[in-house]
Ligand binder design. Sequence first.
Ligand SMILES: [Zn+2]
Length: 334
Amino acid sequence: MRIVRFTLFALFAFVLLGLGALVFLVNSYPTVQFPDPLKQNPATGVRTLFLGTSSMAWTDGQSTWLVDGFFSRQPLSEVAFTRLKVNETQVGAVATEMFKRLNMPSVLSGILVAHSHYDHSMDAPFLAKQYGARVVGSESTLQIAKGQDLPNTQMEVVPGGGRVKLGEFDIQLIQSAHAPTGFTGGFNSKPVYLPAHALQFKEGISYSFVVSHPSLGSGPFALIQPSAGYVEGQNKGVSVKHVFLGMGGLGKLSDAYIENYWQEMVVRTQAKHVYLIHWDDFTQPLIKEGDPVALKPMPKLLDDLPRSLELLNMFSERDRVTLHVLDAWQMVNF
Ligand SMILES: [Zn+2]
């Protein structure tokens, strides 16, 4: 009897210790030195406001559109243990602050969804309904929009890639790849009704976006790479000055992978300015008690930003490219 009791006690202590270690690891954040803080200019001309993960609001003073628009950013405990729904209060608060900073009326012409994981796709249908946008993405993203009752007239599927016009913006969607994180692959073949667990949002197709605007010349000026994946040769013939480079999970991949990624996104496109996105812990809010807050890197368990940053710093010096880590609420003017 005593042995049984002892074994049970040991087992319980072991589980408790394991849980403690896990909690410690997911709460353990690296310290990061950010290069070159970005100078903030007034809200005029073509500009983009960064909003964590790969969420960004773009405007030219006429039309405003989003990449993703994931603002719910539910805390880790909710993501791990519950089924998720849109945090409408939080999404509304972030959107209000976003339009204010952009100095634009509360209207969206489109929302381009990078892929269908919840941290990209979940809030897009809600935002589309609130601000009159159409949601553009893959068939898997369409199923998420259907699950939230978005009318068909506000959905546009771009299967393997294509172009969309949003006001004077012209955006090319290129089929790309997700960072190999272990959470990739799969399609949503049925509507994703909320509440839904984070893992129910399958990746679908991962896109890159190449952005043009007539006020900035006839060719494209920016490439947005939401996820840290690539298809070799995907950017053949694409030449841009600015690259918004997704970082999620990159720090856990090999040196060779990181260098090839840089090669395809930055060297091949002959970019001069690189802005790092999707480096943040998306279980932390963008607004807390009414105040916009700064981002935190991903916990050490999931990523190693100091490592990927060190490599990218090296490549940027070698290739004479400026490198910025975008914080939430920072604006880039073109
Ligand atoms: Zn993803």
